[in-house]
Design a protein around this ligand. Structure first.
Ligand code: ADE
Length: 383
């Protein structure tokens, strides 16, 4: 992956990225970080790049032209227009989902401002994303760019060794990570929790989940507002089951799974609460070998309590659009009447990179609470 940083202080970036894990990744060719000095593109003989603001007021504003030319020097070299991120306290506050999404790009241009900001006209022309690293004001965008490079690089294949890339990401499921311990077993009179010594991984996982929850409640109760226990329900005998499990792996560490192929499961009452999130996949037109004939039978014992639901209606490729929409409407209405809030309706879980992108869209929807106002309605190829 290549980062192209447009800045007035290239040495600040250069000094920050050549040590530790990033330094190693650059040396091994997994990352490239190139800096472009905006001052080199000044048309002024004194290399000035700022001027007084129209309308008056304190401070200076960076001129549009040098920024535009610096940007152009990168896009001309690349022969295309990569995503261009302007680091600014007025941007969307960086989060883990954004970080992982940026990591899918091959090139990212990071634009660092100084003084009171940059002439808005050039921002309108070149910037695709406005990103802040937190609600405070820095003297310039360089530290923000370095934070972003560090966080994004962790998701670039090859940057972290196996040991370094722990499966569990703090902030997955909107929960903070559980506490960690290493030897000795007792230190300053404090013992390692016994459960961690028992070797029973189910018990250990349950304890870690509880600790994550407890810690989040204590330190970041705001995160719990949008923390959900995600359950996936699908007919394991039908096509697409494997794909929905891959999606679950992208969304949650603590998810549950319900197999709708099992009669016992379909017969029992399956109740879901407000802090649960359901991913439901059912065939819109069950195949002759499916355990039910009518898709509604899969969920006739499902009851929600304002439970958000992502509905995946698989199959039905040969159905006319009108017939598909009619059937989908009936299934949706039935689930709404049972207490579910449909936040997304799709025809299948996408494959390959599409799966990752779909998972980011869902994570953004689930873990920021956007699902309360937005609904995704799309065919797989629209995602
Ligand atoms: N530049 C100045 N303040 C910033 C912030 N909080 N995030 C990103 N870039 C900035």
């Amino acid at each position: 992956m290549r980062f192209h940083v447009l800045t007035l202080f290239p040495e600040m970036i250069e000094q920050g990225i050549h040590t530790s894990i990033l330094g190693r990744a650059i040396q091994n060719g997994y990352l490239q970080v190139e800096t472009t000095n905006i001052r080199d593109f000044s048309a002024n003989k004194f290399h000035r790049v700022d001027d007084y603001p129209y309308g008056g007021g304190a401070g200076m504003v960076m001129e549009a032209e040098p920024v535009f030319r610096a940007h152009q020097s990168v896009t001309e070299k690349l022969g295309r227009m990569p995503r261009t991120i302007y680091l600014t306290p007025q941007g969307k506050v960086l989060n883990q989902t954004m970080v992982e999404e940026f990591a899918l790009e091959e090139d990212l241009i990071l634009l660092c401002g100084h003084y009171e900001g940059i002439d808005d006209r050039v921002l309108q022309e070149v910037v695709t994303d406005y990103v802040s690293i937190g609600d405070y004001v820095l003297t310039g965008g360089e530290l923000g760019a370095m934070v972003l490079i560090d966080a994004v690089s962790r998701f670039v294949p090859g940057v972290l060794s196996n040991e370094e890339s722990s499966q569990f990401e703090s902030l997955q499921d909107n929960l903070l990570e559980y506490p960690h311990y290493t030897r000795p077993e007792e230190w300053h009179g404090k013992k390692v929790p016994e459960v961690l010594l028992c070797g029973d991984h189910k018990k250990i996982d349950a304890w870690r989940h509880e600790e994550s929850f407890r810690r989040t409640k204590e330190r970041r109760p705001d995160l719990l507002e949008n923390a959900f226990l995600i359950t996936c329900a699908c007919d394991e005998t039908q096509p697409g089951a494997e794909q929905i499990h891959k999606l679950m792996d992208e969304l949650t560490r603590y998810g549950k799974s319900i197999d709708l192929a099992r009669k016992k499961i379909r017969r029992q009452k399956n109740r879901f609460g407000e802090k649960e999130f359901l991913l439901l996949q059912i065939p819109i037109e069950p195949a002759p070998d499916a355990p039910v004939m009518d898709p509604g039978e899969y969920t006739e014992n499902f009851y929600g309590r304002k439970t958000p639901l992502v509905l995946i209606l698989s199959g039905g490729e040969e159905m006319a659009d009108e017939q598909w929409n009619e059937k989908a409407f009936l299934i949706e209405s039935d689930l709404c009447a049972r207490g579910f809030l449909i936040v997304a309706l799709v025809r299948e879980v996408p494959f390959g990179e599409g799966l990752k992108r779909f998972s980011f869209t869902l994570r953004d929807l689930i873990y920021t609470g956007k699902w309360k106002n937005e609904k995704i309605l799309a065919s797989a190829d629209a995602l």
